[in-house]
Design a binder for this molecule. Structure first.
Ligand code: ADP
Length: 371
């Protein structure tokens, strides 16, 4: 039983025996969405026996969470406004309101001359001849998705949820999962140490880009969601604490540790089984994907900063941080009830804007169903 006011158990490695094979709720994936969901469920229904299962560590170094840009702004369609505003409320103090500046080539309602918003560091980044108009969201800003994810998972555990790391879940029909507990050999190979079968009243798949595939393989349900491999190279042009986030030509440049992290536009979905590999720039092999190189080249006029030596291109794909990101059908974070016991929760590219409120809504729905 929970609701005892005691913290949950953390199973970090295979040496810790795991004997509890029945839960009310299993959340697969402790990325940004899974960790937030776990926290909101425990806040709403502290009596729930919940297991949060994560394939990697926390936050996962290979998951999209740790790498996500963490940028909130209010440039969203009206039908998303309630959710994005709620997400901002939930972000609270974690949001550094440095302001988000959006550049544009043609005049548009709400946009003013870019010169009105000029700051010296923009000289190196953007060409005002090509993108002469802009609008500023002074309430917008950046935050660390990694530390928010960690904090949410910690809060869930404090409120009584169990957390298991280094475990790969495989879905079973009828509400349950096969949990493959992973360990690393001395030649650094990840192997399955042992597997256990767990039953849960409800299962939420919050496995990010792997979610749709997991559901298809385990439950035989085809969904409309896709995935893409996204790289976020660093741009070594000076930024400071007061620097704004810049959105232009589909790129997001976020001030980060004295430089910028570059989030490129997602060009298209990748098929399952796709292996990301580097492309060539001026004939030289680099770690950037070909699609990313193309979008950089297409936008050099507007964003000349991407064309200088400041862009870290790397010699191998591994030199450039990158991760799979889910592409939820419709483009916005969502939850989807798959059958009586299974839900799919997907963050994706716009999880920064409304992911927290979508996780909260699902948590309240699930809490209502609990005994
Ligand atoms: P989202 O933004 O939708 O939360 P993330 O990529 O941030 O997506 O998080 C997804 C998490 O799910 C990652 O930390 C990943 O390691 C984890 N994950 C993916 N597949 C599995 C699985 N089969 N079992 C357990 N965890 C998984």
């Amino acid at each position: 039983m929970n609701g005892t006011g005691l913290s949950g158990q953390v199973y970090a490695h295979v040496g810790q025996a795991f004997r509890e094979l029945r839960y009310d709720l299993l959340i697969v994936g402790a990325g940004r969405m899974g960790a937030a969901l776990a926290r909101f469920v425990m806040e709403a229904a502290p009596q729930v026996r919940l297991l949060l299962a994560e394939e990697g560590g926390l936050p996962n170094e290979e998951g999209a969470s740790l790498l996500a840009a963490g940028v909130w702004h209010s440039f969203v369609p009206p039908e998303q406004r309630v959710r994005t505003e709620r997400a901002r409320q939930l972000l609270g103090e974690s949001l550094n309101t440095c302001g988000v500046l959006q550049g544009r080539a043609d005049p548009h309602p709400g946009f003013s001359p870019l010169r009105d918003f000029w700051t010296p560091e923009l000289d190196a980044l953007i060409d005002p001849e090509v993108l002469p108009f802009a609008r500023l969201d002074a309430r917008g800003g950046s935050f660390s998705v990694g530390s928010q994810t960690l904090q949410n998972a910690q809060t869930a555990v404090k409120l009584g949820a169990d957390l298991m790391l280094n475990v790969r879940a495989e879905l079973l029909g009828g509400g349950g999962a096969r949990l493959h507990r992973l360990s690393v050999t001395n030649t650094h190979q990840v192997v399955v140490d042992h597997s256990v079968t767990l039953r849960a009243g409800a299962v939420i798949v919050a496995a990010g880009a792997a979610g749709a595939h997991l559901v298809e393989a385990g439950l035989g349900l085809i969904t409309a969601h896709r995935q893409a491999y996204r790289q976020s190279p660093r741009l070594n042009l000076p930024s400071g604490p007061g620097s704004r986030v810049l959105r232009a030509s589909g790129f997001i440049l976020r001030p980060h540790s004295g430089g910028y992290s570059v989030t490129p536009p997602t060009v298209h979905p990748d098929p399952w089984g796709y292996v990301p590999s580097g492309g060539r720039l001026a004939g030289v092999p680099v770690g950037l994907r070909r699609e990313l190189i193309e979008s950089v080249l297409d936008n050099l006029e507007a964003l000349p900063g991407l064309g200088g030596e400041g862009l870290v291109v790397g010699r191998s794909s591994a030199d450039i941080p990158g991760a799979w990101v889910a592409l939820p059908a419709g483009g916005w974070p969502l939850s989807e009830r798959l059958d009586g016991q299974h839900w799919l929760l997907l963050g994706g590219e716009r999880a920064d804007l409304s992911g927290l409120s979508v996780a909260e809504e699902l948590a309240l729905e699930i809490a209502k169903l609990q005994p």
